[in-house]
Design a protein around this ligand. Structure first.
Ligand code: B1M
Length: 211
């Protein structure tokens, strides 16, 4: 890993959001691409945070600082990730499910889909099944994307799909799900149309679904 990418990783781990803007700009000036900064600087840093958090060596306030550091960098690389010539691939309604406040991955999925030319209707985090249903009725998207990072909130995806069925709109939209604990098996089990392991494959899947 280049020195600047390793510095960016460390800034995420230390939750040093104050220096992140400068270092991200420095990486871009060195000629590194947005995806390289994301995949080889920010993500390894956040992976490390996850390991330390699980082990009880980091606590919520520290993890929040790490999340803020990552978001500072993402604000800068966002325009590069979403560069697109075709703003009309379709519509994606996106949200993190009820009870779940993790939104970094969901935001990345939104950026990559935007970059692939989709209009994104981002409902944010902690989204009730009924709010997803209302958004599908209102915006008539090609794709409904749900994110969950907790094993305890994954089940809300199933509740949302049931709510779509009950509202008579399930067949109007492709349901795509993802998030660290989510698997293809789980997606099949709850009747989702697709599971994507990361933001890049989510945007590929969205293109297939809308095509
Ligand atoms: Co939380 N947290 N957290 N946390 N947190 C995890 C998820 C955890 C795995 C940490 C651990 O123990 N190792 C663990 C979950 C355990 C479990 O359920 N199995 C956990 C826990 C326990 C908790 C709390 C319960 C802690 C507590 O309070 N005791 C609490 C819950 C709060 C709540 O949601 N109700 C909590 C809180 C938080 C913070 C608020 C402090 C913060 C979130 C800040 C924010 O998002 N704004 C936070 C963070 C940052 C994490 C870790 C460290 C990092 C998550 C992240 O942003 N990763 C995480 C550990 C880990 O995952 N390594 C952890 C980077 C992000 C780019 O990746 O989100 O996986 P990810 O997204 C990827 C893919 O999953 C995929 O694409 C993305 C990009 O490639 N993807 C999709 C995601 N959504 C998709 C949707 C798609 C397709 C693909 O289609 C629509």
């Amino acid at each position: 890993m280049s020195e600047i990418l390793s510095t960016i990783s460390t800034l995420v781990i230390e939750g040093n959001f104050g220096e992140m803007v400068d270092k991200t700009n420095a990486a871009l000036e060195e000629g590194l691409g947005a995806e390289e900064i994301l995949n080889n600087g920010l993500m390894p840093g956040m992976d490390h945070v996850g390991v330390e958090f699980k082990a009880g060596n980091m606590f919520v306030p520290e993890v929040l600082r790490s999340a803020k550091a990552m978001q500072e960098a993402m604000e800068i690389i966002r325009p590069m990730l979403i560069e697109s010539d075709a703003p009309t691939a379709g519509k994606v309604v996106l949200g993190t499910v009820k009870g779940d406040l993790h939104d970094i991955g969901k935001n990345l999925v939104g950026m990559m889909c935007e970059g692939a030319g989709f209009e994104i209707i981002d409902l944010g985090k902690d989204v009730e099944p009924e709010a997803f249903v209302n958004a599908v009725k209102e915006h008539k998207p090609n794709i409904l994307g749900m994110s969950a990072l907790l094993t305890t909130t994954m089940r809300t995806m199933e509740r949302t799909i049931k709510a779509l069925e009950e509202a008579g709109v399930r067949d109007t939209v492709k349901v795509m799900i993802g998030g660290a604990p989510v698997t293809q098996d789980f997606a099949s089990q709850i009747g989702a149309d697709g599971y994507a392991a990361n933001a890049a494959s989510a945007s590929e899947m969205a293109k297939r679904f809308a095509g």
